[in-house]
Design a protein around this ligand. Structure first.
Ligand code: BMA
Length: 376
């Protein structure tokens, strides 16, 4: 029912060449705890600069509303993958898609090399957290001779349908970003199915099931009139080639809202008892640049063009130093989540500051309860 987003776990089988994640040294945590005690006793807390470096130790400087901040737990080993995890020189690794493959967690990571162009690389882990095996020979590389992928491929979303994995990704064409589809069964051979939507369009994913025999795709075209409106749309197809009944699902809000400038789908829709849960990103533009944060929406299970709920507040935003500072500051951007066997534990894999791969966990029932209370 949940398509490719189910279940981690499984036992590792003689995996070599593991790229190990960087753990926060225990001494740092001890130091944070010590400074907290010392600070409350003597008011000699570290200044704001050190607090920002140690952002996870001091919630007073968090920009995330307290209640929302409690929904997600950042993994203490974040970032779980960095450019240094790769066996060859790359600039940044971020915005991974996720699925379960061969009993392991498989990430299709956006890798930006030192040309500036991106491709999608496979990283696998038995527990989905540590001991990642990066496999460059399984990478999905852009067809640089084609119009659609001339400047690389980016930001995949994976939907498992039976034994096949549908990969919807952004092709960076000579005329801007567009939506492409590929499939694979082994993450070694990739079959391209061409361009689904022309530029500018991205942030797309398939549903794992059909509706009345038709396929549905969520995507994010950008229109130039009356302004740069970047809303989330849903479109329909009998055959994955011919698309119609295009409808706006979620509009970017206006003015000072957290999701005023652009919105776009994050992970593929997740079927819950209450409907399809959407994780989406919203962009707020400030004098200092854009801030990318995450919010939730809920679609009707049978008629996903009907929006049942949409979060008024963001639920996850840049806070930790690795999210605030990087190649693109102030960005959390997710392309995949994974529901574990217990049916409630969610893992959200995300790119931090367009630089590294991170992990946060949440309770599905907690997210749904929060969404029902904070729907606008
Ligand atoms: C979006 C996408 C993402 C990127 C984000 C922040 O438009 O291109 O890949 O993470 O911007 O730079």
């Amino acid at each position: 029912m949940f398509g490719g987003d189910v279940v981690a776990a499984g036992v590792d089988a003689n995996v070599t060449n593991r790229q190990r994640m960087t753990q926060t040294p225990w001494a740092v945590w001890l130091w944070c705890a010590g400074m907290g005690v010392l600070g409350s006793l003597t008011s000699l807390t570290p200044g704001p600069y050190f607090r920002s470096l140690l952002g996870i130790c001091d919630r007073r400087y968090s920009s995330v509303p307290l209640e929302s901040s409690e929904l997600f737990s950042r993994h203490p080993g974040n970032p779980i993958l960095t450019a240094a995890s790769w066996p060859h020189t790359v600039n940044a690794v971020f915005n991974p898609a996720v699925t379960e493959f061969d009993g392991e967690t498989l990430l299709l990571v956006r890798v930006e090399d030192r040309t500036g162009l991106s491709h999608l690389a496979v990283a696998r882990s038995a527990d989905g957290i540590t001991d990642w095996l990066v496999e460059p020979d399984r990478a999905f590389l852009p067809d640089r001779e084609s119009h659609a992928e001339a400047f690389g491929i980016e930001d995949a979303r994976i939907t498992r349908i039976a034994d096949e994995f549908a990969i919807v990704y952004t092709g960076y064409s000579t005329d801007g970003p567009l939506v492409c589809l590929a499939t694979t069964t082994d993450f070694r051979e990739y079959q391209r199915h061409g361009v689904l939507f022309p530029p500018d369009d991205k942030d797309a994913a398939r549903f794992p099931s059909r509706f009345g025999g038709r396929h549905a795709l969520i995507h994010r075209p950008v229109s130039v009139t009356p302004s740069q409106a970047a809303h989330i749309w849903i479109s329909w197809s009998p055959d994955l080639r011919h698309w119609g009944d295009h409808t706006i699902l979620l509009r970017a809000r206006k003015a000072s809202w957290w999701d005023a400038h652009k919105v776009g789908l994050c992970a593929p829709p997740l079927l819950t008892a209450d409907g399809w849960l959407l994780l989406y990103h919203g962009v707020h533009t400030t004098a200092a640049g854009s801030i990318y944060r995450l919010g939730l929406a809920l679609l009707d299970a049978q008629q996903p063009q009907i929006v049942l709920a949409r979060s008024s507040e963001w639920i996850f935003g840049p806070d930790a130093p690795y999210e605030r500072i990087g190649d693109v500051d102030q960005v959390v951007f997710s392309c995949g989540w994974q529901l574990l066997d217990d049916g409630d534990s969610l893992r959200i894999y995300y790119g931090a500051a367009d630089t590294s791969v991170c992990l946060a966990t949440a309770s599905l029932s907690g997210l749904l309860a929060w969404l029902h209370r904070h729907s606008s």
